[in-house]
Design a protein around this ligand. Structure first.
Ligand SMILES: Cc1cc2nc3c(=O)[nH]c(=O)nc-3n(C[C@H](O)[C@H](O)[C@H](O)COP(=O)(O)O)c2cc1C
Length: 315
């Protein structure tokens, strides 16, 4: 009998049993999905963004369905990093899946402190820093939209943890490659991209913005071409391992991200449509590789053919 395709991937210091990770904020703290998903099958689980203190998040409405996607302004509601280490992390440990803590802060010091506390959690596989947060000390300028903000956050976190460090980039910048480079120079082992794109929804009958917060983040299939483009650009320009995401709904989407260079992928909005999406995509990946006669998923990474039509990115 033919052996099943090999799925293990290595991202710098982080080894995953397969390239499928659930995305932060779309999969709770993992255990909520136990009725739908055998968590032990996943390559990784990236938990809801963690802050120093617990947060209630924004007032409702805070999510809204858009054509081919959704817009959210949850406001980073979470139990706080200490509670995560105390109760959520131990509940996930038995599944043998890489647990990734997504962390954020409103100041550089807060990022470092959350990262330090998260790193004390036994069995954590990696930290993912969400740099799409406003810097309250600099008039709300988003850390990840500014090279200096990115450098300061990443180097502060790098100093307090020896865990593999993933830096999650925002797509809401003019030149993502320059921010990516700063993140790597400051100590990122791995980059993940993209976070949500800024957007709004308008309620015509009320003549008001739909979300209580006004602005939100757009995700889902609507953002896939833009996300793929940004992942492709970063993978072409930098040697660092990349985790790709943005609108991945099925195995074809997942393979597209891998072909442009992502070594692993995250599944986000798809979890709201079908809570078992992640394992269905994993099953689809095994079938697709088998069908294509590919023995190791790593053969797909960066395997996009670059001959033929124009590869020029200047449009
Ligand atoms: C409801 C919701 C909550 C999210 N919360 C977080 C979060 O706490 N931290 C973070 O880094 N990203 C967060 N994200 C962004 C996702 O992890 C992901 O980057 C984005 O949604 C794009 O992937 P997708 O199109 O597959 O959803 C959130 C997304 C959604 C839809």
């Amino acid at each position: 009998m033919k052996a099943a395709p090999r799925l293990e991937v290595q991202l710098g210091p982080l080894k995953l049993k397969n390239p499928i990770i659930t995305a932060s904020g779309t999969f709770g703290y993992g255990t909520e999905f136990l009725p739908f998903v055998d968590l032990s099958r996943l390559g990784g689980i990236c938990v809801k963004g963690l802050s120093l203190s617990p947060r209630k998040g924004n007032a409702p409405p805070r999510t809204f369905e858009t054509p081919a996607g959704m817009i959210n302004a949850i406001g980073l509601a979470n139990v706080g990093v200490e509670e995560f280490v105390r109760s959520k992390l131990p509940a996930l440990r038995p599944y043998g899946t890489a647990i990734i803590a997504n962390v954020f802060g409103e100041t550089v010091e807060e990022y470092a402190e959350v990262a330090r506390i998260a790193s004390t959690g036994e069995g954590l596989a990696a930290l993912e820093i969400n740099i799409s947060c406003p810097n309250t000390e600099r008039g709300g300028m988003v850390f990840g939209c500014d090279p200096d903000g990115t450098r300061r956050v990443v180097s502060a976190v790098r100093k307090v943890t020896s865990l593999p460090l993933i830096v999650k980039l925002t797509p809401n910048v003019t030149d993502i490659v320059s921010i990516a480079r700063v993140a790597v120079d400051a100590g990122a082992d791995i980059l993940s991209l993209v976070n949500t794109f800024l957007g709004i929804a308008v309620d015509v009958s009320r003549r008001r913005l739909v979300l209580a917060n006004g602005v939100g983040g757009v995700s889902g299939p609507a953002i896939k071409p833009q996300a793929l483009y940004l992942v492709h650009r970063v993978c072409r320009e930098l040697q660092v391992p990349v985790i790709g995401m943005g609108g991945i709904m099925n195995v074809s989407d997942a393979l597209e991200f891998m072909l442009v260079g992502a070594r692993a992928i995250q599944i986000g909005t798809a979890n709201f449509i079908d809570p078992a999406s992640s394992v269905k995509i994993l099953d689809g990946l095994l079938q697709a590789l088998d069908h294509l006669g590919i023995e190791d998923v790593n053969e797909m990474v960066g395997a996009l053919k670059t001959d033929g039509p124009s590869q020029d990115f200047s449009t």
